[in-house]
Design a binder for this molecule. Structure first.
Ligand code: UD1
Length: 341
C-alpha cells in the first residue's frame, strides 16, 4: 500500500507542498545489499511484497540492488544504530535479519568487530522489532555453531560446540532470538545456514566463500588454493533454497516454529576436491589445484539433517548442488568475467 503524506509544517509555510510517498513496508531485510539479503529482496519483490532494506555497505554492495532499488525503500543504516533500527522497523511485519560480518577468518583476526556486528547488532534489531511489534524475526544463523563435533549429520538437538569467534557470535545471537521469544513473546525463527552460495556472492575478498572464490579464480585461469588435503566437506546450499526457507519461516504457524532453530541446507556434503573437479568443466580451467595449510578456526566436515525444517516449515531442497553451481558460474560469466583458455 502506498500512502501519500503532506506535512503540516510544509503546507503552513506556503511552500509548494512537498509530497513524501511512504511505502508501508511489510518486510525489512537487514543486510539488504549483501549476497543473501539482495536475493531475498528480489524474491519478495517478485511476489509483489513491500520491501524495506537497510545496509551499511561494510560488505554489501549497492550494485547488488541496482535494478530493484527504485522498487523498494532502501536506507543506508547500521544495525548498531538503535535509532535507525527503530525507524527501519516502524510499520514492518517481518524482519529478515541477514546483516553480519559473515566470516570465520575475519573473526579470528578481529573478534571484537565480529562480536559488535554479529551480537550487538542483533540485539539492536531485536529491541527495535520488539518495540515496533513486528510479527516475526527470521535470523540468519550459522551451521558453524555445531563446530567440529564428529557426529554427522548435524541435527538441531545436538549440543553446540563453536570454534571460531564468528561461530560463538552467531550462536549467541541465536540464543538472543530465543530469549526474545521467551521474555517478550516476539516470534523468532533461526535458520542455521550451511554454506550458502550462488549469484552475487562476492568472490573478490580473501574472506569470500570458497565457491565464489574458486569460480572466479578458475574463470580467470588462476590457480585456486585448497586449504588442507581437499577432503574437507561442506553441505553447500544454493541460494534459492535459503530464500525459500526464509519465506516459509515467515508464514509457518507459530506453534511449529516460533523460538526454534532449523538447519537450512541440502542434506548432502561435497568435498573441496569434488567442488574443484565440478568447477573445471564449468569454468574451462585446465590446471591442477594448489594445496595449502588448513585455515585456523575451520571445521573439517559439515552436513545437515534437514528433517526438522521439512517437517515444521515445509522446507524442500529446490536446487541441488550441481544445478546451483552451473547457475552460479553462468552468472559470473554473464558479469563479463574472462573465461579460462
Ligand atoms: C561459511 C560462511 C559462513 C557460514 C558458514 C556456515 C562464507 C564466507 N562463510 O563458512 O558465513 O556461517 O559457512 O554455513 O560463506 N577454502 C579453501 N580455499 C579458499 C577459501 C576457502 O580451501 O580459497 C576452504 C576453507 O578453508 C573451508 C572451506 O573452503 O575449509 C569453506 O570455507 P568458506 O567458504 O570460507 O566457508 P566456511 O568457513 O565454511
Amino acid at each position: 500500500m502506498k500512502v501519500t503524506v503532506v506535512t503540516a509544517a510544509q503546507s503552513q509555510a506556503g511552500h509548494r507542498s512537498v509530497i513524501i510517498e511512504c511505502i508501508m513496508a511489510k518486510y525489512l531485510v537487514t543486510g539488504a545489499a549483501g549476497f543473501i539479503g539482495s536475493s531475498l529482496v528480489r524474491a519478495l519483490l517478485e511476489r509483489g511484497e513491500q520491501v524495506r532494506g537497510i545496509d551499511n555497505f561494510s560488505t554489501g554492495k549497492r550494485e547488488n540492488l541496482t535494478e530493484v532499488l527504485h522498487r523498494m525503500d532502501f536506507r543506508e543504516a547500521d544495525i548498531l544504530d538503535l535509532d535507525a533500527m527503530h525507524q527501519a522497523c516502524d510499520g514492518v511485519d517481518y524482519v529478515l535479519h541477514q546483516a553480519a560480518i559473515p566470516s570465520v577468518p575475519k573473526s579470528v583476526i578481529d573478534p571484537l568487530g565480529s562480536n559488535r556486528a554479529n551480537v550487538d547488532g542483533t540485539v539492536n534489531v531485536l529491541i527495535a522489532a520488539r518495540d515496533a511489534k513486528v510479527k516475526r524475526v527470521v535470523y540468519a544463523a550459522s551451521s558453524s555453531a555445531y563446530g567440529d563435533t564428529p557426529t554427522l549429520p548435524k541435527h538441531e538437538a545436538m549440543s553446540p560446540n563453536p570454534i571460531s569467534p564468528y561461530a560463538v557470535a552467531k550462536l549467541a545471537s541465536e540464543l538472543y532470538m530465543v530469549s526474545f521469544y521467551r521474555c517478550y513473546g516476539l516470534e523468532t525463527v533461526c535458520l542455521r545456514y550451511f554454506n550458502i552460495f550462488g549469484p552475487r556472492q562476492d568472490p573478490s575478498s580473501p574472506y569470500s566463500g570458497v565457491l565464489a572464490k574458486f569460480s572466479m579464480q578458475m574463470l580467470r585461469g588462476e590457480q585456486p588454493t585448497i586449504f588442507g588435503d581437499g577432503e574437507t566437506s561442506r553441505d553447500f546450499t544454493f541460494i534459492d533454497n535459503a530464500v525459500s526457507a526464509n519465506l516459509l519461516a515467515c508464514v509457518a504457524p507459530a506453534a511449529e516454529c516460533a523460538g526454534r532453530v532449523f538447519n537450512c541446507a541440502t542434506g548432502r556434503r561435497i568435498t573441496l576436491n569434488e567442488t574443484f573437479a565440478a568447477l573445471k568443466p564449468l569454468t574451462g580451467y585446465k590446471g591442477a589445484a594448489k594445496y595449502g595449510p588448513e585455515r585456523s578456526g575451520d571445521i573439517k566436515h559439515s552436513l545437515a539433517d534437514i528433517t526438522l525444517a521439512q517437517k515444521h516449515l515445509g522446507y524442500k531442497v529446490l536446487v541441488n548442488f550441481e544445478d546451483g553451481l552451473r547457475r552460479t558460474v553462468e552468472w559470473y560469466k554473464s558479469q563479463g568475467q574472462p573465461v579460462a583458455v
